[in-house]
Design a protein around this ligand. Structure first.
Ligand code: NAD
Length: 492
């Protein structure tokens, strides 16, 4: 049986395989992954601290050149990386290419690091006094990532952290750990010095060791809300800078004037793509006024044509979910919906009897606050429809939801859309765009229980998170200007 290695000091390091890694499309164990013990965590942090001493002083042109080469290597190895992702995550090959492309954008943005790391300069703020600012790396960053984007989320973090002179220790999800090792190898091939990027395999225990380790300066986390909250609390209590992105429940509001064919297409794409295992997936369609019945009919028409099967067969629209336990949890949400007065319009849970971890597309009608299928993040191919009478009720539903990652509105009314984007308490908003993941020159992040800490990830906020500011006030006095003055320095 294959054991997934760590990637330490520019090399693979094998460990004892403890965690099973599945091919979710067959349900078979294909490898095992090691769990770093406290000794290895200490060793890796020591390597990182030592690498940080030189990497923080690397020239901006050297970093840019490495990131450019890394970008080319990711493109050249795209097919290989996509097939590793599909084999362990289960998503379709096309979807794996999609996540790689979005991760690549962050590497491309980071290639502009000379611009992103520019400081400011003010001349003659007082007589003979100039001021300039600069940003320095925070040091050693622990990057802790979820299963659902095994290459994109590590690239969200690593690209800007490395570009700004930090050393990164990545703890990928134990469910699909292999692709990060290839990312590490490609960084080394691109010229990144040994020790600057480490992949440490492990689980919750490893994460807790990193969170409390005095040698870690900052933590970037993406995962579920309860763990994000824990990571934020533990990391900040240990004096670290922490950004922790959590789970989601994303609404798609459809106003009565919307083009219902376009809205139905969007609901299918954003609700069932990647088996609904996206933090920006649409999980609730909020049908306003008399929209619900015709919209449901159009969604059903499309849903019945979806093919579900192994991700490496291009005929399939989406693949399996990540584990057997997760599949069973999703099935239970659908099975218990009628008891909550929610009707099951389409029930794809019969696919759960296939080998592998499959659930077919499910459509629930009548979801609402207070019922499990609405309140919880199901994270599967289950789309709910909520019926409301007015625009105001739709906004209230979005704003009263404890999550605030993404939201979309479908309408032809520009003023309603503009008002909506100002009224909702959500971080990322799509106007006739169902999955509004910002391009890399804007940052990604939710509100409320979808983000702990104030910093969004990647883009300008990513560079800000991974750097600390210094402001330097300079005066080169004339030899004759000697004077004693105990007053507070003013600029006037
Ligand atoms: P998860 O929270 O179970 O795991 C994420 C990481 O935390 C993994 O590396 C895991 O090893 C570690 N971990 C798990 N339990 C832990 C614990 N008790 N203590 C410390 N560390 C622990 O998340 P997941 O199931 O891998 O990913 C799916 C979740 O991630 C969903 O909730 C999804 O919405 C969310 N997500 C959010 C975003 C975002 O940008 N907001 C993006 C992708 C995924």
């Amino acid at each position: 049986m294959l054991t997934v290695p760590h990637f330490i000091n520019g090399q693979r390091l094998s460990g004892e395989g403890e965690t099973p890694v599945f091919d979710p499309s067959t349900g078979q164990v294909t490898a095992t992954a090691p769990v770093a013990d406290a000794g290895l965590v200490d060793q890796v942090v020591a390597i990182a601290r030592s690498a940080s001493l030189t990497w923080r002083d690397s020239s901006l042109s050297q970093r840019t050149a490495i990131l450019f080469t890394f970008r080319h290597l990711l493109v050249a190895h795209a097919d290989e990386l996509a097939s590793i992702i599909t084999a362990e995550h289960g998503k379709t090959i096309a979807d794996a290419h999609g996540e790689l492309a979005r991760g690549l954008e962050n590497v491309e943005y980071a290639c502009g690091l000379t611009e992103h790391l520019k400081g400011g300069f003010s001349s003659q703020v007082a007589g003979g006094v100039d001021v300039h600012s600069l940003r320095e790396p925070v040091g050693v960053v622990a990057a802790i990532t979820p299963f659902n984007f095994p290459v994109m989320v590590p690239l969200w973090m690593a690209a800007s952290a490395l570009a700004s002179g930090n050393v990164v220790i990545l703890k990928p999800s134990e469910r699909d750990p292999s692709v990060s090792v290839r990312v590490g190898e490609l960084l080394t091939q691109a010229g990144l010095p040994d020790g600057v990027f480490t992949v440490l395999q492990g689980n919750a225990v490893t994460v807790n060791q990193l969170l409390e380790h005095p040698g870690i300066d900052a933590v970037s986390f993406v995962g579920s809300t309860p763990v994000a909250r824990h990571v934020y609390q533990t990391g900040t209590q240990s004096g670290k800078r922490v950004q922790a992105l959590g789970g989601a429940k994303n609404h798609m509001v459809v106003l009565p004037d919307a083009d219902l064919d376009i809205a139905a297409d969007a609901a299918i794409n954003a609700g069932f793509g990647s088996a609904g295992e996206r933090c920006m997936a649409i999980s609730v369609v909020v049908a306003v006024g008399d929209v619900a019945d015709p919209l449901i009919a159009k969604i059903v028409e499309r849903l019945d044509k979806l093919n579900v099967g192994p991700g490496n067969d291009p005929a399939n629209d989406f693949g399996p979910v990540i584990t057997k336990e997760h599949r069973d949890r999703i099935v239970d949400y659908v099975a218990s919906a009628p008891a909550d007065g929610v009707s099951v319009v389409r029930d794809g849970t019969d696919l759960a009897s296939r080998p592998g971890f499959f659930v077919g597309p499910c459509l629930l009608d009548g979801v609402r606050p207070g019922v499990r299928s609405y309140d919880d993040e199901i994270f599967g191919p289950v789309l709910g429809v909520a019926r409301v009478s007015t625009y105001a009720e739709a906004v209230a539903m979005v704003n009263e939801n404890p999550y605030g990652n993404g939201v979309a509105i479908f309408t032809r009314d520009g003023n309603a859309a503009r008002l909506f984007s100002r009224e909702v308490t959500v971080g990322m908003i799509g106007i006739n765009v169902p999955i509004p993941v910002p391009i890399s020159s804007y940052s990604f992040g939710g509100w409320k229980n979808s983000l702990f800490g104030h910093s969004h990830i990647y883009g300008p906020e990513g560079f800000a998170f991974y750097t600390r500011a210094k402001v330097i006030t300079t005066r080169w006095p004339q030899p004759s200007e000697s004077q004693i003055d105990l007053g507070f320095p003013t600029t006037r």
